[in-house]
Design a protein around this ligand. Structure first.
Ligand code: NAP
Length: 254
């Protein structure tokens, strides 16, 4: 994902002007050489004006994580008021949007996070924080929700997808962002399974921007590194304990 100013419009593109501050998430089919660059060719359908209340650097941290959380909880899980949802890795990039989006839908949020992130995920709206390092998260989720949660947002892989089936009520749903739980295993428990691969979508981004400007969705904390430190940024990300998002500044002055 990326944020910046429109340098030039393609033929037939309406609704934008050169100089507009925009943000975007798009895939290799439309952005062949990645986002670590000064100029990016973008499909106008994948672009939206940045929220009015954030900087361009903050805006760059939003599209992929927010679209993923939005499409997982709103489009696939179809969360409703009064439901319970377990969001794994609530302090991560996706989790930091998923928690307030779930609250916006009217759900009660259980989330897993280490003790150091407990206050952070509570500040995002989490109702129940499960320290996955200090306790058995399956037992803790069952204790808080004996009838089973309505939905799980899963992004960790390994045993977590299949273990998650133990905490979902019959008729509930699991949305998997990485290795999905087997369809048959989910069906045997009466659970709907979705495997999500986030879709670029300028309309969803406009809705997300509206919710950010309304104060409904907080923007996650960002750590900004110069583009020259992209390799270090990748190492930090791969270590798996970033709170919020990393942003690469392409220009020193950005
Ligand atoms: N399918 C898709 O379209 C899609 C889209 C976006 C992302 N993804 C995938 O979704 C995953 C999450 O992405 P992200 O950007 O949110 O990752 P991230 O920001 O790197 O996640 C880091 C967070 O994960 C937490 N964490 C690590 N191990 C954990 C565990 N065992 N239990 C609970 N929390 C744990 C860490 O919390 P602590 O520091 O508290 O441990 C940290 O806050 C990635 O694998 C990514 O590839 C898929």
């Amino acid at each position: 994902d990326a944020a910046g100013e429109i340098a030039e419009l393609g033929e037939g593109v309406d609704g934008f002007a050169a100089g507009d501050a925009v943000f975007t998430y798009c895939r290799r089919e439309t952005l062949h050489w990645g986002g670590y660059a000064e100029y990016l060719p973008m499909d106008a359908r994948h672009v939206a004006p940045i929220p009015q209340t954030v900087s361009v650097m903050q805006a760059a941290a939003i599209p992929l994580a927010a679209l993923t959380a939005w499409q997982a909880l709103v489009d696939h899980a179809r969360l409703e008021r009064g439901q319970n949802v377990l969001i794994h890795a609530g302090a991560g990039g996706v989790g930091s949007f998923a928690i307030p989006i779930a609250k916006h839908c009217g759900a009660t949020v259980l989330t897993t996070a280490s003790a150091a992130n407990a206050d952070y995920v509570r500040s995002l709206g989490a109702d129940i924080v499960i320290d996955y390092r200090a306790q058995d998260w399956v037992a803790a989720a069952k204790r808080h929700c004996p009838q089973g949660v309505d939905a799980v947002l899963e992004c960790l892989g390994g045993q977590v997808p299949v273990q998650s089936l133990d905490v979902i009520r019959m008729g509930g749903v699991i949305v998997c962002l990485n290795e999905p739980v087997e369809e048959a295993a989910a069906a045997a428990r009466g659970v709907r399974r979705h495997r999500l691969f986030v879709t670029p979508d300028g309309e969803d981004l406009r809705e997300i921007a509206r919710l950010i400007d309304a104060g409904t969705l907080p923007v996650p904390p960002i750590q900004v590194l110069p583009l020259a430190e992209a390799a270090r940024a990748m190492e930090l990300s791969k270590a798996g304990h970033i709170r919020g998002k990393l942003v690469l500044a392409v220009r020193e002055s950005a």
